[in-house]
Design a protein around this ligand. Structure first.
Ligand SMILES: [Mg+2]
Length: 204
């Protein structure tokens, strides 16, 4: 069956590389507070043992800027290193991450090392700086994406709200267990099923 060439936007953290658990492990080592991974995205200050969530953002940013993250935060999921080049042979891929602009170099190094020549662009939407961020929906629309792949339910819903036809909720994580199913939203637990889902969409 002939497959269409699609524009696919792909998240970075917990889709290409495991990140959330590294942040949580670091947070526990550094600040002595164990955070429930289910509350990684939707949390109160209390979940992180602070009075103000802004402290949490600062602490996580420090980790992302650290040598420790530089060494341990750039090892992708092995399946992603197979799936991404395979998708890139047939489709146009763009990385669309919520990471802050300060991580552009670090992300580019990761992509150059493990996913060379796979992505047409790398976009950092600054999700954690509310005043300065773009939504993934806006970015994916500008890129005319056909499919967005993300482990965060909010981003999947947001791209669909902006008119992107397909979103794939990636992985089985404590923070994405519950999701309101809707037209255009598929759930894929790993890269093998994600590639299959893309193939089905491309064959429509
Ligand atoms: Mg993510």
């Amino acid at each position: 069956m002939k497959e269409r060439c699609l524009v696919i936007t792909i998240d970075c953290d917990d889709v290409l590389v495991p990140t959330a658990y590294k942040v949580l492990d670091h947070y526990k080592d550094e600040f002595g507070h164990e955070v429930n991974p289910a509350h990684f995205y939707e949390s109160t200050a209390e979940d992180w043992g602070v009075h103000d969530l802004r402290h949490v953002n600062r602490r996580i940013e420090q980790y992302f800027r650290s040598k420790k993250f530089h060494h341990e935060g750039k090892i992708p999921y092995p399946e992603a290193t197979i799936a991404i080049p395979a998708l890139a042979r047939h489709h146009e891929l763009h990385l669309v991450t919520g990471r802050g602009k300060f991580m552009e170099r670090s992300t580019a190094e990761l992509i150059d090392e493990y996913f060379p020549n796979c992505f047409s662009s790398l976009v950092h939407t600054n999700y954690f700086k509310k005043r300065f961020r773009q939504t993934k929906g806006q970015v994916c629309k500008e890129l005319s994406a056909d499919i967005h792949i993300d482990d965060h339910t909010e981003h999947c819903q947001n791209v669909l709200d902006e008119g992107i036809e397909n979103a794939i909720l990636f992985g089985e994580y404590p923070w994405n267990r519950t999701v309101k199913l809707r037209q255009g939203l598929a759930r894929c637990v790993d890269w093998v099923s994600t590639v299959e889902e893309v193939s089905q969409i491309a064959a429509r």
